[in-house]
Design a protein around this ligand. Structure first.
Ligand SMILES: Cc1cc2nc3c(=O)[nH]c(=O)nc-3n(C[C@H](O)[C@H](O)[C@H](O)COP(=O)(O)O)c2cc1C
Length: 394
């Protein structure tokens, strides 16, 4: 039994095929030259003061002011998943959080955990860190490939507590400030930060202003506190996000409670923010930003109808095709299969059992799995707006 578990882990940590088309390390010569020419134009990295705020906006505008954004997700917002979400409406995306020290020290970690390609823009590359020099060294390696280097100040997990990063740096704001300053003064791409709110609004606002003054060019605010870990249990506080929007001058993104496209519209309206991030809901429904809904938000809702083409199985097949082109570790694919087909497995638990037992995954096995579910008659539709009904109602 023990041997089996070990095998499962080893197999799952392997890439699903050989790297061929991804952009990874070492940098190609043209990327190095591009970075060097950027450095010549901006010898002091990102500028301070008023002109820095203006530059934060002009950068954001140059990117096309993306509003619909894939949030960072460890083991889940990797390249193939980002590409799938982009195909269905996402206008920008974050990488999963990368550990800055491991990223510098471990070549294998870099190759396994970070990949991108030319279609993968605008891109935020996110790091966790507690040492400014380590963070800068890691950030320099990715700056030719991205539009923002992001610092994760929001991770509330035990592992972040042990490692002293993420939301636990909210107890050490001078370290937070030095991390942001280090990047803002030395990088050629802007630095963004992803934060959680404090229980007290005034603390949140002072925090946001401090980040802006330290050189942060874009702020993503997850409207939950460090202790509100369970997103399903705690509603995100959009009022607090709105207050942050009103107190800083840089672009602000809202995060929390974006479960379907109507949430996007209400959130933008209620908070006045410049865009939204969605995480967990995208895992079940990567076509969320294109207006598709899962049964939870579409079944029996007035003005919605079943879509007869796209469903989660089709999305999984598209995802697997991206994985064949842009390899990722099998454990990541495994996680997406569970999220995408969770409800389908509930109808046919024996297929889930077979999937769980399969310690060595292959694409053939996974395409077969989808076929098996179809042959067993399982299909859970996605829902879309019924435009005909809307027209006839008018
Ligand atoms: C599987 C998973 C992994 C996550 N990993 C990260 C991460 O790497 N970095 C980060 O800042 N937040 C991470 N988060 C938090 C999300 O980015 C987001 O802030 C949170 O889930 C709230 O958004 P939601 O309500 O749309 O899920 C993760 C969330 C999930 C569900």
């Amino acid at each position: 039994m023990a041997t089996k578990t070990i095998n499962l882990n080893i197999e799952d940590d392997c890439l699903c095929s050989d790297i061929t088309t991804t952009c990874s390390f070492p940098l190609e010569q043209k990327d190095v030259e591009e970075t060097q020419s950027l450095s010549l134009n901006r010898p002091n990295g990102y500028l301070k003061g008023e002109s820095r705020i203006e530059r934060a906006w002009s950068h954001w505008k140059k990117l096309g002011e993306p509003k619909l954004i894939v949030a960072p997700m460890v083991d889940n917002s990797e390249l193939p998943f980002r590409l799938l979400c982009r195909k269905y409406g996402a206008e920008a995306a974050y990488t999963p959080m990368l550990h800055s020290r491991l990223f510098n020290e471990d070549e294998k970690y870099r190759a396994m955990e970070f990949s991108t390609c030319k279609e993968d823009r605008p891109l935020f590359v996110q790091f966790c860190a507690n040492n400014p020099d380590t963070l800068l060294e890691a950030a320099r390696k990715v700056e030719p490939y991205c539009d923002y280097v992001d610092i994760n100040f929001g991770c509330p997990q035990r592992i972040a507590k042990r490692g002293n990063y993420g939301a636990f740096l909210m107890d050490n704001l001078s370290l937070v400030k030095s991390l942001v300053e280090k990047l803002a003064n030395n990088l050629n791409v802007p630095v963004s930060c992803k934060i959680r709110i404090f229980p007290n609004l005034q603390d949140t606002l002072s925090y946001a202003k401090m980040l802006e003054d330290a050189g942060c060019s874009l702020l993503a605010v997850h409207g939950r506190t460090r202790d509100e870990k369970d997103g399903k249990k705690f509603r995100a506080n959009w009022e607090a996000i709105k207050a942050v929007r009103n107190v800083v001058r840089i672009p602000v993104l809202a995060n929390g409670n974006i479960r379907h496209i109507d949430d996007v519209h209400s959130c933008l309206e209620e908070t006045g923010t410049d865009g939204v991030l969605s995480a967990d809901p995208l895992l079940e429904n990567p076509a969320l930003f294109a207006g598709y809904r899962t049964a939870e938000w579409g079944l029996g809702v007035a003005g919605m109808k079943e879509d007869d083409k796209l469903d989660q199985a089709e999305l999984l097949i598209e995802y697997l095709r991206f994985c064949e082109r842009y390899p990722v570790p099998w454990r990541i694919i495994r996680s997406h299969v569970h999220k995408l087909l969770g409800e389908w497995f509930r109808i046919q638990p024996s297929v889930r059992e077979d999937f769980n037992k399969q310690y060595k995954l292959t694409f053939e096995f996974l395409y077969d799995l989808v076929n098996r579910l179809k042959e067993l008659g399982v299909r859970i539709p996605l829902y879309v707006k019924d435009t005909e009904q809307a027209v006839s109602a008018n």
